[in-house]
Design a protein around this ligand. Structure first.
Ligand code: F6P
Length: 319
């Protein structure tokens, strides 16, 4: 490869900028030409590619969001859109593409690689829902935001001896709820991967208050349902009225943690090196602290396994 492009796509995540910086600087270090695609696949279809130099990615490692901006692009879901995207890259003389994003972005990268474009996927999503990597870029920051919010909620809940329902992101994956719940001592963690019984949740809450607990935190991944519905269901069962907090897009903003910056820096450089070795159609990840590649086709057809041991541990420790 002589010339590569990089884009960010789907929901943004903290650390995407650090990943873009790493891709651009590693490519330039190895003497490649690099283009930044503005607004994900939409920008690709608009031929919105601009050359990146060393300074174009200065002062961004610490910033949330993505300087390349992002979009969810309907047209790119069609075979015609995908073919046009591949044609545009060829016309611009680009022979390698690094896609930073989540599941939907990987589907696009998979299609482009089947159309002959050398592609590498980097897992950029707060959800941690990509298989064949222990962590995605942005997950660590999102979890810290949730933990910080729960610390604050605990103060006021304890003063008033109240219960709190906190709704966090994660449509199909409960990892944000799981990790933040374990780290913050939540009483109950509700995730889409594990069926639950609201009667039991309500009874446990009541018993805990009777046995001297002064607050109770229920963490709900949005994939389970709304925090408001869960709170109402609890009130109907035990008469307690939990206060509801929906953390929403706050979880996707702010400066990335050092873990996310380091992961993004390692993966960005790894993707460039893999492209230079002639690899294509691969997703980059980290497993047991080692950088790995997996066929992107396999990644998009696999569901990430849920960590039941961690879930059970959180439950045992929250008595
Ligand atoms: O996939 C990342 C994510 O933040 C999910 O957790 C959430 O369900 C979704 O994106 C929200 O999407 P949007 O920003 O388009 O509302």
């Amino acid at each position: 490869v002589k010339s590569i492009a990089v884009l960010t796509s789907g929901g943004d995540s903290q650390g995407m900028n650090a990943a873009v910086r790493s891709v651009v600087r590693s490519a330039l270090y190895h003497g490649l030409e690099v283009y930044g695609v503005q607004r994900g696949y939409q920008g690709l279809l608009n031929n919105d590619l601009r050359p990146m130099d060393l300074r174009s990615v200065g002062d961004i490692i610490q910033r949330g969001g993505t300087i390349l901006q992002t979009a969810r692009c309907k047209e790119f879901l069609t075979p015609e859109g995908q073919q046009r995207g591949a044609d545009i890259l060829r016309e611009r003389g680009v022979d390698g593409l690094v896609v930073i994003g989540g599941d939907g972005s990987y589907q696009g990268a998979n299609k482009l690689s089947k159309l002959g474009i050398k592609t590498m996927g980097l897992p950029g999503t707060i959800d941690n829902d990509i298989p064949f990597t222990d962590y995605t870029i942005g997950f660590d920051t999102a979890v810290s935001i949730v933990v910080d919010a729960i610390n604050k909620l605990r103060d006021t809940m304890t003063s008033h001896e109240r219960s709190s329902v906190v709704e966090v992101m994660g449509r199909h994956c409960g990892d944000i709820a799981l990790y933040a719940g374990l780290a913050s001592g939540a009483e109950t963690i509700l995730v889409p991967e594990v069926p639950f019984d609201l009667d039991l949740v309500a009874r446990r809450m009541q018993e805990n208050f009777l046995s001297g607990k002064r607050h109770s935190i229920i963490l709900v991944a949005e994939g389970v349902g709304s925090g408001e519905d869960i709170a109402q269901g609890i009130t109907q069962r035990n008469g307690i009225e939990p206060r509801v907090t929906v953390l929403g897009h706050i979880q996707r903003g702010g400066s990335p943690t050092h873990n996310d910056r380091i992961l993004a820096s390692q993966l960005g450089d790894f993707a460039v090196r893999k492209l230079m070795e002639g690899d294509s159609g691969k997703a980059c990840g980290i497993i047991n602290n080692e950088l790995v590649v997996t066929d992107i086709d396999k990644v998009v057809h696999t569901k990430k396994p849920f960590n039941m041991d961690m879930y059970n541990l959180a439950s045992r420790l929250s008595l």
